[in-house]
Design a protein around this ligand. Sequence first.
Ligand SMILES: C[S@@+](CC[C@H](N)C(=O)[O-])C[C@H]1O[C@@H](n2cnc3c(N)ncnc32)[C@H](O)[C@@H]1O
Length: 264
Amino acid sequence: MAQPVTPYNDTEEKKTQVARMFDNIAPRYDFLNHLFSLGIDHLWRRKAVMTLARHFAQKNSNAPQRVLDVATGTGDFAVSAAKRLPAAQIVGYDLSEGMLEVGRVKMTKLGLSNRVQMQQGDAEHMPFESASFDAITVAFGIRNFQDLRAGLGEMHRVLTPGGLGLILEFSKPTAFPIKQVFHLYFRFIMPTIGRWVSKDAAAYTYLPESVAAFPEGQAMHAIMSGVGFDSCRIHRLTGGIASLYEVRKADAQKADARKASPAE
Ligand SMILES: C[S@@+](CC[C@H](N)C(=O)[O-])C[C@H]1O[C@@H](n2cnc3c(N)ncnc32)[C@H](O)[C@@H]1O
């Protein structure tokens, strides 16, 4: 089996290293994130938040809107979701206490602490009851999971039947000249600046390496179907630099019908 891409070494568990890396870069994460994406990450998050808002609008109900933002980091996606969905209660969930602490300060400043709860934990073993969230989002976090299928399986478990899953992740552009420019930027320019500003020599080398090794497009679709998700739509963003995967958990009727005729 191929060696997993890890930030620091081949001896420690990936998640121990990932938590340490994000604890290290947490104070400078927001600054570097927006600098390196040249602000485009705002557009990608906006697209995901609009899809989330459409999902709740289509439900057309006054039921509570419970949203789980897995790998929330410093909570930028949770903030956008909270602003767009004033009735939503959001849990931001992350492995790194350092990232969460920056996020908690942000929520207090924005007056969102009562609606966004920042909670520490591992996406591969979540403490939430089954079917307890109406929507689950993950922005640029899933690539860091140690066991991708375990993380996706947990997300499927805690989602309500008919619930929406949104996964935003880097992918690899294929068209000229975005592919060449992206390669130069992601492989050489960003790691050099990242090493200098973040003071973590490995973090911004790990980023392009982990993106290169991560499945995308139809391969991701197959993995998500494998853990039980339904109707995957793939949106390639900015020439394929990022992809938004929109998946659903089958509603109760459909799931019952499948159980009754498993060969389908
Ligand atoms: C690149 S940051 C993304 C943060 C945020 N979602 C954003 O868009 O800015 C990735 C986050 O994934 C978290 N993470 C990685 N593996 C995780 C796991 N197994 N469970 C929970 N969080 C995890 C890291 O701690 C880190 O905060």
